[in-house]
Design a protein around this ligand. Sequence first.
Ligand code: ADP
Ligand code: MG
Length: 310
Amino acid sequence: MKPVQSSLKKWMRENENFQENYTKIREEVLKDPEIKEFLSYHPQLTQREIEKNLIKLYEYKTQSKQCSACSSFENCQNMLQGYSPILQVDNGEIRLSYEKCHSRLLQEKEQQQQKLIQSLYMPREILQARIEDIDHSDSQRNQAVLELLNFLDQADDTLPRKGLYFHGPFGVGKTYFLGAVANKLREYNYSTMMIYMPEFVREIKSSFKDDSTNEKIDFFKKADVLMLDDIGAEMQSAWFRDEILGSILQYRMMERLPVFFTSNYSLEQLEGQLAATRSGVETVKAGRIIERIKQVSVPVKIEGDNRRDD
Ligand code: ADP
Ligand code: MG
């Protein structure tokens, strides 16, 4: 008999604890200001329904509502990270559901926007450039800043068909401007593709033109805004100039999609660069590329001090 008796005692003891706990939780729940408010809005709820859903009400009580108790999305305290509980009454029954909280929605939007800038071989500091950080003390760059703000101003409404061709000496901040523009465009939900040209040319020339190359080129054609950094500094190749660059620019020209460039060369100088290939001087073909560049961008000269410390 002994074991039975002791387990009976154990059960009674635990049951007592359970009863105690239950009463405590019940009191806590019914005293909670938010639960009280909820119940006051729904006087039709029967005592039986309330008792039956005590656990749901308890769950609601313990969760953070609309991030009130969470410092950030990462520190969300709720059972379902990024979801806020909602109590409703449906056909005389209490329902507990969850909806995405505003921190989660914000985080999802940021993640989405993160994807809007794609880049190939661009330094990290450029991808972090911000319009707000451009210093206005350097009057030699004022024209460029003005043009760039003008572009963004229009883009807020509709994307202009021409981007900008920044040309000037090494280190004046041409590439930095690209990064700053791309980050602003992201806020307006435009996609930007930035490419450091010398590396890109090297990559294309060293690989066979396979599906992945075609995919990339397709992406360069179709991104809302394309940015070609340091054009003219690459190894010259007639094939790249005509088949790759030519076809990308042709497409964007037809579709009226803007392109940004940076270059150490003015357009006249670039024409000379593009003409000089191993097969001789090809002025007509180089001229054709320059014509397309003019269709998709407006040249802006930048002068100023070299900002590089190395
Ligand atoms: P470029 O492309 O004309 O050769 P960069 O854009 O690479 O020049 O700029 C040279 C250096 O100066 C980089 O380290 C860049 O981050 C920095 N820089 C350029 N413009 C700014 C700016 N407005 N504010 C802060 N740093 C800048
Ligand atoms: Mg540069």
